[in-house]
Design a protein around this ligand. Structure first.
Ligand SMILES: C[S@@+](CC[C@H](N)C(=O)[O-])C[C@H]1O[C@@H](n2cnc3c(N)ncnc32)[C@H](O)[C@@H]1O
Length: 310
């Protein structure tokens, strides 16, 4: 297994300690420990997690012939926030069937997720180089993109873009793209009741506590509260937030140091944006400067996936 490390474990441990001090834990820490990665694997077994997105990827794979024609024999596939890489492999299998050789570069901050993605691709005989990097960093993104010569196929799937400020993130990703490159990116569409119900549930709480319990915060130490806000920068951007609120004075242990939390204090947890179809298109076109070549709406109407070029 070949893995290049841009973001070291020492960097992440330092950032995690700082994030706990700041009472604000971004997305990458929820996949970091092997325990969190296992909890994510469990969560992905919930049919409600991604709904119809799997079918969308089957449809995209069905159109692999056109992508193969565009790329020719060799296709570098660079997946930002690859997770277990399962979605990427659906498309790569179709590209292989269309006569392409895929060179696979899964990118993830989590060593455990990256190992899973690399092992899955190795098993299917793709030439694979994992890159351990922070995709919220424009510098890391450029480094990852430069792993292969254009034209490259970039992937950002599973609503991954939405755990960052999507207006900034799409600009950073677009900055990495050249003329012949393609980007497949998806976003979850907002629904007045279902969007919150999909988050505010026992399975999601279990996933969150896999990370919190790693620092000694257990489910009976407080509660996780979910909230919905509108991002006023543009019509149709819905921000789903969650926060842990301590029910009593607590002491968490982070990297051997005690972090005290007073009763009533909160820790901001990872958030997710959801969109109207119009605001997702606006994000790609106006913020990313991208052209949407094809659009796929999942059968359950929950996700919009776009194939874009610069
Ligand atoms: C929601 S999962 C999606 C995984 C996969 N793309 C899919 O479609 O199922 C997000 C992935 O992004 C990774 N991730 C989160 N924040 C990251 C960051 N700042 N840098 C790199 N990877 C990150 C997580 O470790 C996780 O594997």
């Amino acid at each position: 297994m070949k893995v290049e490390v841009v973001l070291t474990e020492a960097d992440i441990a330092q950032e995690f300690a700082e994030a706990m001090q700041a009472r604000d834990l971004p997305e990458k820490f929820f996949f970091w420990s092997p325990r969190s990665a296992m909890a994510w694997t469990e969560l992905t077994k919930e049919p409600g997690l991604y709904g119809g997105l799997g079918e969308t990827w089957t449809s995209i794979a069905g159109g692999a012939g056109a992508l193969a024609q565009h790329f020719g024999r060799r296709v570098p596939v660079i997946s930002f926030g690859a997770g277990d890489g399962a979605r990427d492999r659906v498309l790569m299998a179709a590209l292989k069937g269309a006569g392409c050789e895929c060179l696979y570069y899964p990118v993830d901050a989590s060593q455990a997720m990256l190992e899973t993605a690399c092992a899955g691709a190795d098993d299917e005989d793709y030439e694979t180089t994992g890159i351990k990097a922070d995709i919220s960093s424009p510098v890391h993104l450029v480094y990852c993109a430069d792993a292969a010569e254009p034209p490259r196929l970039f992937i950002m799937s599973g609503n991954t873009i939405s755990a960052f400020d999507p207006l900034a993130e799409i600009r950073y990703v677009a900055q990495c793209m050249h003329g012949g490159d393609r980007l497949i990116v998806d976003g979850e569409l907002y629904h007045e009741t279902r969007t919150m119900a999909r988050r505010d549930n026992a399975a999601a709480r279990k996933f969150i506590f896999a990370t919190l319990s790693g620092v000694g915060i257990e489910s009976d130490d407080g509660e996780v509260r979910f909230n919905h806000k509108r991002d006023e920068r543009h019509e149709g951007l819905h921000l789903m937030t969650r926060a842990f609120r301590a029910a009593r004075d607590l002491s968490a242990t982070v990297g051997g140091e005690d972090v005290s939390l007073e009763r009533g204090e909160t820790i901001g947890l990872n958030f997710q944006y959801t969109y109207t179809p119009q605001s997702f298109r606006w994000l790609l076109r106006e913020q990313g400067g991208l052209q949407i070549l094809e659009e796929y709406s999942s059968a359950d109407g929950r996700f919009l996936t776009a194939i874009c070029k610069k």
